[in-house]
Design a binder for this molecule. Structure first.
Ligand code: CP
Length: 311
């Protein structure tokens, strides 16, 4: 993977919009920041004097804290706003909130929102760099970037790897961003789950679909487990969590179907004992906590490169 381009857009809206060279540039830049994060003094003055505002209109543990740490490591001034502490609860529109945040001097706006397309809407209307931290069922680009960084770290390449993504693909922004990224880099992407959550039409994206773990996991190099989205369970996408776990949960026996060097990933939050057994999540093949650590370097790289575009 080589990085021979400059980053063009002022925003990071999705992986779909990024070229392969731009993704390689982010991953190469993240590598440098990963080294900075191993030092005693983990802070660089790259974006000193600039301001980042984190607007989170949905719960988040990893993404919000990871962005905040990345911003602080880049010497940005940081403000955090959530739906409960913003005037959105008093009826203010999202656009008015964003324009007010911009008037306060924000250079970066990191946004998570339950509606797909919100970062794109803000992007066209505000001057600050907009970074998508997860929009509805659309995309979660920094998650896919940190996943790619982790795969590169463990496997040294993406091209030609057999990557199985297991679970609720239909509603997963993590899966969408990963599908766009992994297919751009020539991985063999396999989607596994119940037919209601893995529609055949997704094969138009250059992936293979499987409805049973035994076939889909065979010789896989990377297994990405997705969270069972309990909030959608009442809509009948699968009979029960117990049944889901029995057919599509990852346990040690199923892990043995994959390549003997296979790594296990999960974006979190995990439902232990449902989509993933605890001995797998905590076992030697799991890179789940390394994904979290790598997220800081990747988000630093994204903000640093967008900062360069903004001058
Ligand atoms: N992976 C992820 O988006 O986790 P959070 O919801 O905790 O941010």
């Amino acid at each position: 993977m080589t990085a021979e381009c400059t980053f063009k857009s002022k925003d990071l809206l999705g992986i779909k919009e990024l070229s392969k060279d731009e993704i390689a540039l982010i991953l190469d830049t993240a590598s440098g920041f990963r080294d900075v994060l191993r030092r005693d003094i983990k802070k660089v003055p790259a974006l000193r004097g600039k301001t980042a505002v984190n607007l989170f209109f949905e719960p988040s543990t990893r993404t919000r804290t990871s962005f905040e740490l990345a911003e602080k490591r880049l010497s940005l001034d940081v403000l955090n706003l959530s739906v409960t502490t913003s005037s959105v609860v008093k009826g203010e529109t999202l656009m008015d909130t964003a324009l007010n945040v911009q008037a306060l001097g924000a250079d970066f706006m990191v946004i998570r929102h339950p509606s797909s397309g919100v970062p794109h809407l803000l992007s066209g209307n505000i001057k600050a760099s907009v970074i998508n931290a997860g929009d509805g069922t659309n995309e979660h680009p920094t998650q896919a970037l940190l996943d790619a960084f982790t795969i590169m770290e463990k496997k040294g390449r993406i091209e030609g790897l057999r990557v199985a993504i297991v679970g609720d693909i239909l509603h997963s922004r993590v899966a969408k961003s990963n599908i766009y990224l992994l297919t751009k880099f020539g991985a063999e992407v396999r989607l596994i789950g119940p037919p209601t959550l893995v529609p055949k039409r997704l094969e138009q994206l250059g992936v293979k679909t499987f409805y049973d773990m035994e076939t889909g996991l065979k010789d896989a190099d990377v297994i990405m487990m997705l969270r069972i989205q309990m909030e959608r369970q009442d809509r009948g996408f699968f009979p029960s969590t117990l049944e889901y776990s029995r057919y599509w949960g990852l346990n040690m026996e199923r892990l043995s179907l994959a390549d003997k060097e296979a790594i296990v990933m999960h974006p979190g939050p995990m439902n232990r004992g449902l989509e993933i057994a605890s001995d797998v999540a905590d076992g030697p093949r799991s890179v789940i906590l390394e994904q979290v650590t790598n997220g800081i370097a990747v988000r630093m790289a994204v903000m640093y490169l967008l900062g360069g575009v903004r001058g």
